[in-house]
Design a binder for this molecule. Structure first.
Ligand SMILES: [Zn+2]
Ligand SMILES: [Zn+2]
Length: 268
């Protein structure tokens, strides 16, 4: 079963690369409504705040979702930023000098057994962003935009650094483009063109008194414990690498899948 699932996902990824569609597999947040508000917990230090605010604002131009930045999160504790655990039903974004890991940024999502995203995180690696090659607004804005795009189910539009720019942060270019484009919003319209029977995002609902989660028991934000994604060596198996992009998956005994999208730094 595990093997089958992996094979099927691999096939989806390959077909994603071959066609104009650039959804990230079929990954999406469950919603009962046409549009939803996704909380982005900003655990970056002040120097990243402008890039996070810009990307949050840019993606909120979608008719299908708003990203709501929660700036009141702990960005002073290294441990918080190293772990960068996404709260249930939300996304956390962090920066840190994560070391010579080879990656510039990673976006992780967890998928429940119904195939919906239940939490996500983005890590931005200052070990590389402090180097002159990457230490500029183009790279910082573009990678912030791209990883948050992955957190809502988008894949890259194109992965050739040397061809015509598509003028999207979901397109590999050098120097990279900093913002989403119309095709990204079209893709979000497609991904979120249906509604679901529950919310896997934290909808802030007041019923139940369970910390603002309306999901049924065992679903979405009501899954009990936030999955750990602090184990950099715990990404699981590689589903394949295309250029500077690689995806990993690990499956919990309860069927929850943890997917990590890695943006490798050039030369790694
Ligand atoms: Zn759905
Ligand atoms: Zn990417």
């Amino acid at each position: 079963m595990k093997k089958l699932l992996i094979a099927a996902l691999g096939a989806v990824l390959i077909s994603t690369a071959s066609f104009a569609s650039h959804s990230w597999s079929t990954y999406h947040w469950a919603r009962t409504t046409n549009s939803f508000d996704l909380t982005i917990v900003n655990s970056t230090t002040n120097d990243w705040d402008i890039y996070v605010a810009q990307a949050v604002s840019d993606w909120s131009a979608s008719t299908k979702l708003n990203m709501i930045e929660d700036p009141n999160s702990d960005d002073t504790r290294t441990k918080t930023r190293r772990r960068c655990n996404g709260p249930a039903g939300q996304v956390r974004i962090c920066n840190l000098a994560y070391g010579q890991t080879g990656w510039l940024g990673i976006a992780g999502i967890s998928i429940d057994t119904d195939g919906h995203i239940t939490t996500g995180y983005t890590k931005l690696n200052d070990t590389y962003f402090s180097q002159s090659y990457y230490n500029n607004a183009e790279w910082k804005q573009s990678v912030t935009c791209q990883e948050l795009g992955h957190n809502v189910g988008l894949d890259h539009q194109d992965e050739d650094f040397n061809n015509q720019s598509l003028f999207s942060c979901m397109d590999y270019q050098d120097p990279p483009f900093e913002f989403p484009n119309a095709h990204d919003f079209d893709q979000l319209d497609t991904i979120y063109g249906h509604t679901d029977s529950y919310n896997s995002y934290d909808d802030g609902g007041s019923t139940g008194g369970g910390g603002g989660c309306n999901a049924p028991p065992g679903k979405g934000c009501n899954k009990g414990e936030a999955p750990g994604n602090n184990r950099d060596t715990g990404w699981g198996i590689s589903l394949g690498r295309r250029g500077q992009s690689e995806t990993f998956m690990r499956i919990d005994p309860d069927g929850t899948r943890h997917i990590v999208h890695v943006t490798w730094a050039i030369g790694h």
